[in-house]
Design a protein around this ligand. Sequence first.
Ligand code: FES
Ligand SMILES: [Fe+2]
Length: 404
Amino acid sequence: MKAEENELITRVEYGAPMGQMLRENFWFPAALSIKILPGKSPLRVRLLGEQFVAFRASDGRVGFFDENCPHRRASLALARNEDNALRCIFHGWKYGVDGTVLEVPTQPHNAAEFCKRVPLQHYPVREAGGIIWVWLGKGPAKAFPDFEFNHVPEDQVYAIHQQLPYNWVQDVEGGLDSAHVAILHSHWLKGIDIPYASFDTAPTYEFQSVAGGYRYAAIRNAPDEKSYIRVNQFVMPWYAFICPEEMPDGDRLVIFSTPNDDLHTTHWMIRYNRHRPLKPSYANPAPDRGDYPPAPTSGPEGHWGQDRDAMEAGHFSGFTRHLNTEDFAVAWSQGRIADRSREFLNEGDLAVVWLRRHLLTAVKEHMNGEQLSGMKGLAESYRAIKADALLIPKMNDWKALVLA
Ligand code: FES
Ligand SMILES: [Fe+2]
């Protein structure tokens, strides 16, 4: 990919075209619901290089404002959370959870009129799937990503996230790159067999464009003239629906990566089950859901925390804490922003190439003032999107079966 194209898909700060495209077309997952409690401290949130605060009023509603007070820019993360409003501790200006300016105690004349002119920036929010979602666009909100996981009961879905010090696009790429799984994660996958992999260790890949993204299938030969097919799906702008391990009623997985700024990313993972509560080990996997899976313990100066002794003792990668720590370490090692003009790709990278094409097309369309062409039909199909694993007669077409 050309260096300019790499800049175009990765940079989001200071009004960069990609940042603009994202904010005018997509809702952002912004915070874990459990991280903001009624009447308690506001939470600082960074997206697209800008600072925001999210807070929960005493009545349970969520407010989402620019972090800096519109008066003289003290942080509203320091504000008092009282009476369903934030009161800035500097001069006491008070902002209702719905964005109404309620009090300006330092204004002696016509305070009520003055309140109406205070330019507080506040943003629409939705709460679903254990996540606070925000609309940051200036234009009217586009369709909410009404995924299936936003509709299951609380004990059937969990969301976790981790902050990582590299660009969001390489994090999304990692989630779609099936080719690394059996190699990078080989230590963790010992004993977990992908069915029929022993019959056919080199699957072929097929792609299909769908509303808002694409699907791709890894197709393996299975006995009795059957094919074993694992299907993942990418949904604009950052969602990867990953084929689950247990079928057909097992847990489903969705991962996504939101840009805090050009060099920092929030890596989200959702596990959910449509039929039953999650197993206890999955329902509460981490002491802190906002700090999981474990990030690398060091940057380049410490080889990203790799444990060479563990490798000598037989561990493949030397990242012994968690499978995803391996993902984070290699992504970080690609550079804070991977230089895609200096790669040498092969067929195993096709899913990544498709992702880049989708992002590039969308950002160029947005720059030209056009509607995004790939989004037709997405709003209606959000809820049906799923990854899948199928065992089907060879002659049948997986594409027809995935939505069945
Ligand atoms: S800076 Fe917030 S009230 Fe003055
Ligand atoms: Fe991985």
